[in-house]
Design a binder for this molecule. Structure first.
Ligand code: GDP
Length: 359
């Protein structure tokens, strides 16, 4: 499964946020396939369509898609010097598909800031610098090796070119993700070299309660990290929300001028950043969302349920959620001629409710 690694300086609210994330694991206990490790938080992707499907099909349970977050402790200023970033830290971050930095914006004099002052911009730079230095160290070793291998025709020149282009970007102080495609660094090749800053970044700003409704502040923080995605929340409040019913939680959030929980935002943003989408299945047993990559075809999507469904794929019977919602039953959708049979080249669309026919 795809995971997002959570990093941040000490005392920014990582553990607080992570505790809220792992409380969510109670919800995920429904998932027999999810082995939950202590440093992994599984967050359901909110999807009101599943509630409606469960109503239409009389489903016994609802299974939303999930996003997994891994707590990656251990990054501080200077971490890449001396001993280098800890091995465990590096291994964890290498495995993550995206990097989520928690950044402190809340004031609170009772909570010490490691650098003595609250400055989101400086904190982001500290973490970025450590990751950039780690990548430069990786390249320092890789470039001479690749150079030899290319000369000996044991490696593709494109890999060496990627390494050199990456080195240039990093030396200028940018992450590979922020530099983007324009820098001529192929992201897949960069990843195969073990470079960390090619991964997509998400920023979570941990705000004071009274900053939750401060649109001006949020706009400026969003601008600071663009094109990366930004999420705004109050980590302590997220903990409290976990103890409440959905209605109580919503009421409390609205009293602070927020519309939904930070964890919901985080799940949605994570999904978007990872380039994922869902399709839906529904029946009397369960209404369920399945995670696929954007652009996947019907047989690839079927393979998420079972590899046999992909191998023996015949057709996908597809209806759109919007039609089901309007017409209120599968029978009405069919008699209105709105059920489609799609073949192996069909590209899955958001809101597809599917039944696969397979041999
Ligand atoms: P970590 O070192 O990044 O894991 O930070 P912690 O989650 O341990 O938080 C450090 C301190 O900041 C703790 O005393 C938290 O209670 C406090 N804290 C965390 N989030 C917030 C917040 O949103 N507002 C305020 N005022 N304090 C917070």
């Amino acid at each position: 499964a795809l995971t997002i690694g959570i990093v941040g300086l000490p005392n920014v609210g990582k553990s607080t946020l992570f505790n809220a994330l792992t409380k969510n694991n109670v919800l995920a206990a429904n998932y027999p396939f999810a082995t939950i490790e202590p440093n992994v938080g599984v967050v359901p992707l909110p999807d009101s369509r599943l509630t409606r499907l469960a109503e239409i099909f009389g489903s016994e349970r609802i299974l939303p898609a999930t996003v997994s977050f891994v707590d990656i402790a251990g990054i501080v200023k200077g971490a890449s010097e001396g001993e280098g970033l800890g091995n465990k830290f590096l291994a964890n971050i290498r495995e993550a598909d995206a990097i989520c930095q928690v950044v402190r914006a809340f004031a609170d004099d009772d909570v010490v800031h490691v650098d003595g002052k609250v400055s989101p911009k400086d904190d982001i730079e500290v973490i970025e610098t450590e990751l950039i230095l780690a990548d430069l160290q990786t390249l320092e070793k890789a470039v001479p090796r690749l150079d030899k291998e290319v000369k000996g025709k044991k490696a593709d020149k494109a890999v060496l070119d990627t390494a050199l282009a990456a080195q240039k970007v990093l030396e200028e102080g940018s992450t590979l993700y922020a530099a983007g495609a324009a820098a001529g660094v192929d992201p897949d090749l960069a990843r195969s070299l073990g470079l960390l800053t090619t991964k997509p970044f998400i920023y979570v700003f941990n705000l004071d309660e009274d900053q939750l409704a401060d649109a001006g502040l949020q706009a400026s923080l969003r601008e600071l990290v663009a094109p990366a995605d930004a999420v705004f929340l109050n980590a302590k409040l997220e903990m409290d929300l976990m103890e409440m019913s959905e209605d109580e939680a919503l009421e409390l959030l609205q009293s602070f001028g927020a519309e939904e929980s930070g964890l919901n935002q985080l799940a949605r943003t994570g999904f978007h950043t990872l380039g994922l989408q869902t399709y839906l299945t529904a029946g009397p047993k369960e209404s369920r969302a399945w995670t696929i990559r954007q652009g996947w075809t019907a047989p690839q999507a079927a393979g998420v349920i079972h590899t046999d469904f992909q191998k023996g794929f015949i057709k996908a019977e597809v209806v759109s959620f919007a039609d089901l919602d309007t017409l209120g039953s599968m029978a009405s959708v069919k008699s209105a001629g709105k059920a489609r049979l799609e073949g192996k080249d069909y590209v899955m669309q958001d809101g597809d409710v599917v039944e696969f026919r397979h041999s």
